[in-house]
Ligand binder design. Structure first.
Ligand SMILES: [Zn+2]
Length: 69
């Protein structure tokens, strides 16, 4: 499945934060599902309502991502 992209810099990697500020790197598929890039990792405890782009200063929700370059 295709990954959704940052609306500003068009990369596909983001991170989410947990309560102690740890980052988990994720991608988001077209169906707006958030997936850790490493299969062994879990989203447990991470706030998936806000995504931070790894490539620029963008942050926002899955609904703000784009599938177009
Ligand atoms: Zn970006």
């Amino acid at each position: 499945m295709k990954n959704l992209l940052c609306p500003q810099c068009k990369i596909r990697r983001f991170y989410v934060l947990n309560a102690v500020g740890e980052r988990l790197v994720v991608t988001v598929t077209e169906d707006k599902e958030i997936h850790p890039i490493h299969e062994a990792e879990s989203l447990d405890g991470f706030d998936t309502s806000l995504l931070y782009c790894l490539g620029c200063s963008w942050k926002g929700t899955v609904n703000m991502l784009t599938d177009k370059f």
